[in-house]
Design a protein. Structure first.
Length: 268
């Protein structure tokens, strides 16, 4: 894990992409892939600057349980290139437009990784009739900086400022301002009463580069997501100490198993 800790929401693995189909959304080419069949439709939202490859380790396995759609947001993967700042509201709108264009009528099981959780939470609150369940894998949170400040305010302020500067210099595009705004995002009950699963990493670091990755930071991170999930009537938190931010790469079997369990919790 690099010093750009908050960019764990934006750094992505370099896997080979399958050859996707393309569709136009708001005049921009968007790559996507659909496979599998079943009673439910899983919609995969990648993390930060990631494209469809963010889900490579689990995509085919998920298609054994449901119809699965993955795509690259505009500006990411092989979708149209873009140099502007996006908000999670804009991304959520484009996700809805993609589903409409693909003629997906039924509510989807929205699975999101990292920064994708910003979009999934916004989508769930904005389009409640289009979501059957929600699964967040190591989700980004607007409260990550609060965790650092609770541990050591003075040190946290310096570390946050440095990371913010590093991110800007490294050209974190598309969602940079949205991520750093740290504005409140939809929670329960703004998000409807649906089955919700959150997988969060509490694995400790031998040499934590910043407070966020310290032992205290890991414990607070786990509690944050546990409390968030438990606020939902049908919420479930899964804390893992066997993987870091890319749970779908380090523990694909966990992600698939929890996705299958989530499908089973959806009311017929």
């Amino acid at each position: 894990m690099t010093f750009r800790w908050l960019s764990l929401l934006l750094v992505f693995p370099l896997s080979a992409l399958a050859t996707p189909a393309m569709v136009k959304i708001k005049g921009y080419e968007v790559e996507y892939e659909i496979s599998g069949q079943g009673e439910h439709t899983i919609f995969l939202e990648a993390g930060g600057s990631a494209g469809m490859s963010d889900w490579d380790p689990v995509y085919q396995q998920l298609t054994q349980h449901a119809k699965v759609i993955r795509y690259s947001r505009i500006g990411n993967g092989n979708s149209a290139k873009l140099r502007k700042n996006y908000s999670s509201e804009e991304y959520a709108e484009e996700a809805m437009l993609l589903l409409d264009t693909l003629k997906i009528k039924e509510p989807v099981v929205y699975m999101a990784h990292s920064y994708g959780a910003y979009i999934a939470r916004t989508f769930a609150a904005t389009y409640p009739q289009k979501i059957a369940a929600l699964m967040l894998v190591e989700p980004a949170s607007e409260h990550d900086v609060d965790i650092m400040r609770e541990i050591d305010l003075a040190k946290a302020q310096k570390e946050i400022a440095q990371v913010q500067m590093d991110d800007l210099q490294n050209g974190m595009s598309n969602q940079y301002l949205d991520f750093w705004a740290k504005r409140p995002l939809p929670d329960s009950p703004q998000i409807p009463d649906i089955p919700v699963t959150v997988i969060a990493s509490i694995k400790k670091y031998d040499n934590p580069p910043v407070l966020f990755f310290s032992d205290a930071g890991r414990e607070k991170w786990g509690k944050l997501h546990s409390d968030w999930a438990k606020a939902f009537p049908q919420g479930k938190a899964v804390l893992t100490d066997k993987s870091y931010h890319y749970t779908q790469f380090e523990e694909p079997e966990l992600v698939v198993a929890e996705a299958a369990a989530l499908l089973g919790r959806i009311k017929r």
